[in-house]
Write a protein that binds this ligand. Structure first.
Ligand code: PLP
Length: 227
């Protein structure tokens, strides 16, 4: 990319503002998570300098290697885990992340509850829904959502998260996720990525997870991605 990181940030923020305006929403109601997976600290610092504070990673290990030094310099950073989480890393994830977007099965609910008690920190949690019925991407099956939410009653669940299938129109999937959240009395909607965040904002997203539009293309596919 030839543009600078602050330019790209301004562009995405303008996209959010336009979509919010079309939907009659306040742009300030949409949290922009800059997904920095696979990108080194040198690529992240310019966004920090431009005022971005919410960042997403999809692997606990990678985040643990990269972020403590950056958080020491920018104490108000909020770290989001957007990728699949193994139960045996729940404790490390709770210690490192402020928001976890990928709670998707009973064993992980239980591991996170235990980790929260042990660590003494309560990251906001989203329950990830397999909105396109793609088990390999993670997410709870639609038919199991109510039971998982009941089991997660002790967790600070703030909303639902989903990744629509590749190569399809995202809008119907975003609309379905918004409907499910409403039905369960949840206000948080983590949906929308570089290719479809404006659609997501129009359909009610409160948290969008944007990687390549801010950082450029990733050199290698990150774990947890299908492509
Ligand atoms: C990588 C990733 C993103 C960001 O994807 P881009 O298309 O680069 O914006 C968002 N959400 C999840 C869960 C991801 O794994």
């Amino acid at each position: 990319m030839n543009s600078t990181a602050p330019d790209r940030l301004a562009e995405v923020r303008a996209g959010i503002a336009g979509a919010a305006r079309r939907a009659g929403r306040a742009a300030s109601a949409v949290e922009l998570v800059a997904v920095s997976k696979t990108h080194p600290a040198e690529a992240i610092v310019p966004l920090l300098a431009a005022g971005q504070r919410d960042f997403g990673e999809n692997r606990v290990q990678e985040a643990a290697a990269k972020w403590p030094a950056l958080v020491a310099a920018y104490a108000d950073v909020r770290l989001h885990l957007v990728g699949q989480l193994q139960s045996n890393k729940a404790r490390e994830a709770v210690a490192l992340f402020d928001i976890i977007h990928s709670v998707d099965r009973p064993s992980l609910v239980d591991a996170l509850a235990a980790a929260i008690a042990a660590v003494g920190k309560r990251p906001d949690c989203y329950v990830q829904v397999s909105i396109g019925d793609e088990p390999q991407k993670g997410g709870v099956a639609l038919g199991d959502l109510a039971a998982l939410l009941a089991r997660a009653a002790a967790l600070p669940v703030v909303g639902l998260m989903a990744v629509p299938p590749d190569g399809t129109e995202s809008a119907p999937f975003f609309a379905l996720l918004a409907k499910l959240a409403r039905e369960h009395g949840l206000t948080g909607l983590s949906m929308g990525m570089s290719g479809d965040y404006e659609t997501a904002v129009e359909l009610g997203a409160t948290s969008i997870r944007v990687g390549s539009a801010l950082f450029g293309a990733r050199d290698y596919p990150a774990a947890g991605e299908s492509g």
